[in-house]
Design a binder for this molecule. Structure first.
Ligand code: FAD
Ligand code: NAD
Length: 466
């Protein structure tokens, strides 16, 4: 069988690209080395982590908030086995959904490891059988894996990554998280809410180092209240694990201060690296760069014409929605379209509570680029909706051009800001001004009013409720 497009990897980049290509009338094959479709995102990433974040948030609210709402529960207990089983069921259903979509779109799915024989022939090795398929175009969507330097002694038992952390079935007494990034804070929150003593060791002087300072300061305060202890500006110098626990050696940056932390687990969450193992890129004359990424041009085409690469394997943020957009882009480009991705407007969300969301430029970036800007801020404690739900931590910050008033960046920490950010993304796509935002009627009472108030604050300091 000869295909128009073969996609290697079934994550959000690969499966979405495959569907779009099929919608456009192309004959498509999708190769996945694991038995379930959906990649990191559906199996061991976005979906399972959010399932556990939701469950642990319910428990935390039941223990700490219900009584203030006048709801008496008696003693609330966690059954972590049930929580993990529910998470697995959510993953299972979501992955099955992708299988259904492949059938619906008449995409041939091959289970096995894909590798290049040449740019038009792909070998699929299932372990028991080898098969070769021919294709006109190839989309590489093989994703990423956690970074686990040798000094951490990653053993998948006591020294773990997010993949193993999502399947712990006994609540740990103590967890050390290395890396105050997105994974560290999300999974650290899950366990802190369940009662684990969580300590985060972060090399930089703040959590989420590239994000807005006001937002990360607010979030640090909230996470400390949850009980998470932070060692900012500290590095892990080694980890020694036994069968039942581990000792994490920590050293303060630019200082002789050093100490050990005993814990049940050490979660290594210091970033992810592109995954190209066994693709046999050499067969088509392709090499990866120093970071392990595959270089692509503006059309996501590699140096080999007809071979494209998308998602975590190429430059840009390692986010599922970015991978999806790139899958759609390449499918449409191959089909002769003229698609477009606005890389300045890829929103980022951290699913802690309060949530953190961000789009566009930060103040640090605007300063570095010498762009004159004005700032409007609004705290959630001044918002009726937030007081009603007792979610008063956090703020919204709007950055607009000093002269043109165009919205250049929006950063938020607060309740449901993962959803509220989309209003800012949509407006920025149409290059709205802060004043445009203020002239839109927002439903009352909603969390979205905080965004309007921050835009009012950026427009001649005329917020109404502060
Ligand atoms: P992947 O999803 O990694 O998929 C690649 C697929 O290719 C895998 O299934 C792999 O088995 C397969 N593969 C690799 N090599 C071969 C081969 N040679 N042959 C056949 N198959 C192969 N992002 C968000 O936007 N929001 C979130 O909330 C979020 N939460 C996350 C939580 C965690 C714990 C983690 C780890 C990640 C999270 N991410 C989140 C990031 C997100 O999962 C990734 O950005 C996204 O999955 C990248 O998609 P992809 O298609 O590029 O690759
Ligand atoms: P990250 O890049 O978000 O954070 C890694 C953190 O570890 C950084 O703060 C970094 O300064 C720190 N660090 C690096 N080396 C260190 C060391 N030796 N000691 C101490 N700290 C160190 O990476 P991550 O949290 O592993 O997440 C990986 C990717 O997955 C990210 O790109 C992220 O976009 C994606 N992801 C996204 C979501 C989401 O969108 N909600 C959730 C989880 C993961």
């Amino acid at each position: 069988m000869k295909y128009d497009v073969v996609v290697i990897g079934s994550g959000p980049g690969g499966y979405v690209g495959a569907i779009r290509a099929a919608q456009l009338g192309l004959k498509v094959a999708l190769i996945e080395k694991y038995s379930t479709l959906g990649g990191t995102c559906l199996n061991v990433g976005c979906i399972p982590s959010k399932a556990l974040l939701d469950s642990s948030e319910h428990y935390h609210n039941a223990v700490h908030q219900f009584s203030q709402h006048g709801i008496e529960t008696g003693k609330v207990k966690v059954n972590l086995n049930t929580m993990i089983d529910r998470k697995n069921e959510v993953v299972n259903q979501t992955c099955k959904g992708v299988e259904f979509l492949m059938k619906k779109n008449k995409i041939d799915v091959f289970t096995g490891h894909g590798s290049f024989i040449d740019k038009n022939r792909i070998l699929i090795d299932s372990g028991t059988e080898k098969k070769e398929i021919e294709t006109d175009k190839v989309i590489i969507a093989t994703g990423s894996k956690p970074v686990t330097p040798a000094m951490f002694n990653y053993d998948k038992q006591r020294v773990i990554t997010s993949t193993e952390a999502l399947n712990i079935r006994t609540i740990p007494s103590k967890l050390v998280v290395v890396g105050g990034g997105v994974i560290g804070l999300e999974l650290g929150s899950v366990f802190a809410r369940l009662g684990t003593a969580v300590e985060v060791v972060e090399f930089m002087d703040k959590i989420l180092p590239t994000m807005d300072d006001d937002c990360t300061r607010e979030l640090t305060r909230s996470l400390k209240k949850l009980g998470i202890k932070f060692h900012l500006g500290h590095a892990v110098t080694g980890v020694n694990a036994t069968k039942k626990s581990c000792i994490v050696s920590v050293k303060k940056k630019d200082s002789d201060t050093a100490f050990d932390i005993d814990a049940d687990y050490c979660l290594v969450a210091i970033g992810r690296k592109p995954y190209t193992d066994g693709l046999n890129l050499e067969a088509i004359g392709l090499a990866t760069d120093a970071k392990g990424s595959i270089a692509v041009n503006d059309h996501l085409e590699t140096a080999v014409p007809g071979v494209f690469a998308i998602g975590d394997i190429v430059r840009g943020p390692m986010l599922a929605h970015k991978a999806e957009e790139e899958g759609v882009y390449v499918a449409e480009y191959i089909a002769g379209g003229k698609p477009h991705i606005n890389y300045n407007l890829i929103p980022g969300v951290v699913y802690t509570w309060p949530e953190l969301s961000t789009v566009g430029k930060t103040e640090a970036e605007l300063k570095a680029e010498n762009i004159p800007y004005k700032v409007g801020k609004f705290p959630f404690k001044a918002l009726g909706r937030a007081r009603a739900s007792m979610d008063t931590e956090g703020l919204v910050k709007v950055l607009a051009h000093q002269d043109t008033d165009e919205i250049l960046g929006v950063h938020m920490v607060g309740p449901r800001v993962a959803d509220v950010i989309m209003e800012a993304v949509a407006l920025m796509e149409f290059r709205a001004s802060a004043e445009d935002l203020t002239r839109i009627c927002h439903p009352h009472p909603t969390f979205t009013e905080a965004l309007k108030e921050a835009a009012l604050a950026a427009t001649d300091n005329r917020a109404i409720h502060i």
